[in-house]
Design a protein around this ligand. Structure first.
Ligand code: FES
Length: 637
């Protein structure tokens, strides 16, 4: 049992199945909160407001009267079986709860690909091992003078008093064999013995949903371990707007969100160190990227100003902070460097994408799209760099899609149309692929794009996104009509039948899901077209389009082009580049030059606020059409 809350009348025991975890939670806590306390992260897109219906659990005991929200989300039979929403059930007495796989947040698969940029490893940090002559009656120099003399006299005395306080012990513990850690020529740490080979740093990409940390050996830039976790702030909503609203409505909101993210970063550090077999005190630096809201929350800065016009951040400059000031558990004298933000909704993660892909180098017309919980677009041409945030929403991460999920085991990530049979007896058939070939649990972003492209092709969906009933569907849809069904008076298309799914329930695409995709892809495409117009360029002139983010790595270019998510750019010019933001953080970790470049680039980017562009709404409406963006359509614009 995890004694999280003290035993007593104010606490109750709650058991989670099939995990076998048992904790004491504060009486009156919701099952969602108790699960988080037990280390079980549930899907909770709406932030616990009973709206999204994603936090489904089975309450084994005690019985509980359903709330209005639960009455909306479950039918009578389900309620009878104990199905409830974790955010609605408050535990007042001992409870037993079963958590189905479909309600859990699963870890995302991380894709790491180099972008071909050559970066020399030259971190600002270095270590020097010194064998100092012990003091004697004929050599009565002070400890610090002895140390500085051995360093050649160019290094100034450390400004840190606590370092001086530790110095006598560190020097004498191993007979005056000592290793000093220098940061940009200043002594930041002194260690007993020879630790010169143990010089590590970690680069972090703090996403709205996922946090990834790269443990890196700073001597040669080698990656020692990669660890990731769900950002535990998801408990308070799946997008930045919900997090900001939590900060502005709850007195403790900012503190709680900062504690959550710092806690997750510490866990990632611990896990990576365990995997790499190193001691966390040998990590001396962290670099951090994230969207503007995430970097604010990480630093404990109120992000409320981001949510109201004119959406300005409190801080855009790069920040260096003592690790212990933030509660980050690395070497107590370690430092955390947060890369600069560009604007309220284009953050340090976009700066990471730029420096990782060399967009700032004058290499023709290049575009990068980072598709995460938001969709940022960056266009580079000649010496200009333009960026916008497209408010694409988290549809590509599975949120707001009825059976959506992130790209984790069991997610339908590919839907293709194939011909089965032979000779003239062939018939089109749907082929579904799931991550890890596991039974289907839901549909992720790339599967969603594929599914809509296929349904468009067979004619089940019109170009405006309407799902057609069997009687109105064209002949090309005939082989698939049995997959069309109606639930609660609404049409849905079955992608995977009960026999293919993990929970025995079919995995379906609804008209509402198609609408969500149209909104998300329309925003991205319109944003890209507006930036291109701004520099008087046409989509066909784009020399390279980089798709960053996990989703960008899995998406099929042909499907994205078929539904008009991207302007008409030849598929061979579209390149998935994995987590480019995280790679940018790594480059800034191993190279002082790249860190300086990040600062310079952030100051150069021209931010384009789409909402103040009169033409944006028309572009957006056009871009919602589920058709390839043809040359003619582009020319009309
Ligand atoms: S319905 Fe419970 S978190 Fe959304």
């Amino acid at each position: 049992m995890n004694p999280s809350a003290p035993a007593g009348p104010e606490s109750v025991t709650i058991s989670f199945r099939p995990d076998g975890k048992k904790i004491r939670a504060t009486r009156g806590a919701t099952v969602l909160e108790a699960a988080s306390q037990a280390g079980i992260t549930l899907q909770s897109s709406c932030g616990g407001r009973g709206a999204c219906g994603k936090c489904r659990i089975r309450l084994i005991s005690p019985p509980s009267a359903p709330s209005d929200a639960e009455l909306r989300h479950f039918d009578e039979a389900e309620l009878e079986q104990g199905w409830r929403l974790a955010c609605q059930v408050q535990v007042e007495t001992e409870a037993v709860v079963e958590i189905p796989p479909s309600s859990r947040m699963m870890r995302e698969k991380i894709s790491l690909q180099g972008l071909g940029r050559e970066v020399e490893v030259e971190p600002g940090l270095s270590k020097i091992f010194l064998r100092l002559p012990p003091p004697s009656l004929s050599d009565q120099r002070a400890d610090l003078a002895r140390l500085l003399d051995s360093l050649g006299g160019d290094v100034p005395p450390p400004s840190n008093l606590s370092l001086l306080q530790d110095l006598p012990d560190r020097m004498r513990r191993q007979d005056f064999n000592v290793t000093v850690v220098l940061s940009d020529g200043e002594i930041v740490e002194a260690e007993s013995g020879d630790t010169a080979a143990q010089l590590y740093g970690m680069a972090f990409d703090i996403g709205t949903t996922t946090i990834v940390g790269y443990l890196t050996r700073l001597l040669d830039g080698a990656e020692v371990a990669v660890s990731a976790a769900i950002n535990p702030q998801v408990q308070f909503g799946d997008d930045v707007v919900s997090r900001i609203s939590f900060v502005s409505t709850d007195e403790e909101g900012l503190t709680r969100l900062q504690e959550k993210v710092v806690g997750a970063v510490n866990e990632i550090i611990q896990e990576a160190c365990r995997e790499g077999g190193i001691d966390a005190t040998r990590i001396y630096e962290l670099t951090v990227v994230g969207n503007t809201c995430m970097t604010h929350l990480f630093l404990g800065i109120d992000p409320t100003s981001l949510a109201t016009m004119p959406y300005v951040p409190v801080n855009a400059a790069p920040r260096t902070v003592e690790a212990r000031e933030l509660g980050i558990r690395i070497n107590p004298r370690g430092r955390v460097h947060v890369l600069p933000n560009i604007a309220g909704f284009v953050g340090a993660d976009a700066v990471g994408v730029i420096i990782a892909s060399g967009l700032e180098e004058n290499r023709g017309l290049r575009v990068a799209v980072d598709i995460g919980t938001n969709g940022e677009v960056i266009v580079a041409k000649d010496d200009r760099l333009l960026a916008c945030s497209t408010a694409a929403g988290p549809a590509f991460e599975g949120a707001r899609i009825s059976q959506g999920m992130r790209a984790a085991s069991g997610a339908i990530d590919q839907v293709t149309l194939i011909e089965s049979g032979s000779g003239s007896m062939t018939e089109p058939r749907l082929q579904i692929h799931t991550i890890d070939d596991a039974p289907a649990r839901g549909i992720c972003g790339s599967g969603l794009v594929d599914a809509v492209a296929v349904l468009r092709k067979i004619g089940v969906i019109t170009s405006t996104g309407q799902m057609l009933p069997a009687k109105s569907a064209p002949p090309s849809a005939s082989p698939f009509l049995e997959r069309l069904e109606s639930k609660d008076g609404k049409l849905r298309f079955v992608l995977a039948g009960p026999e293919q799914s993990a929970g025995g329930e079919p995995i379906c695409l609804t008209s509402r899901d198609v609408r969500e995709l149209q909104l998300a892809k329309g925003a991205i495409c319109a944003g890209m077209l507006i930036l291109l117009e701004e520099i008087s360029a046409k989509p066909e002139e784009v020399e390279e389009l980089l798709l960053a983010g996990a989703f960008g790595s899995y998406i099929r270019r042909e499907s994205a082009l078929a539904i008009g998510m991207l302007p008409a750019i030849p598929p061979e010019k579209i390149r998935p580049v994995g987590n480019a933001a995280g790679l940018g953080a790594k480059l800034a970790l191993v190279s002082g030059k790249m860190r300086r470049l990040a600062k310079e680039v952030a100051g150069r980017v021209e931010y384009v606020e789409l909402s103040e562009r009169a033409e944006f709404h028309q572009r957006f409406a056009d871009a919602m059409i589920l058709e390839p963006v043809s040359g003619a359509r582009q020319a009309d614009r």
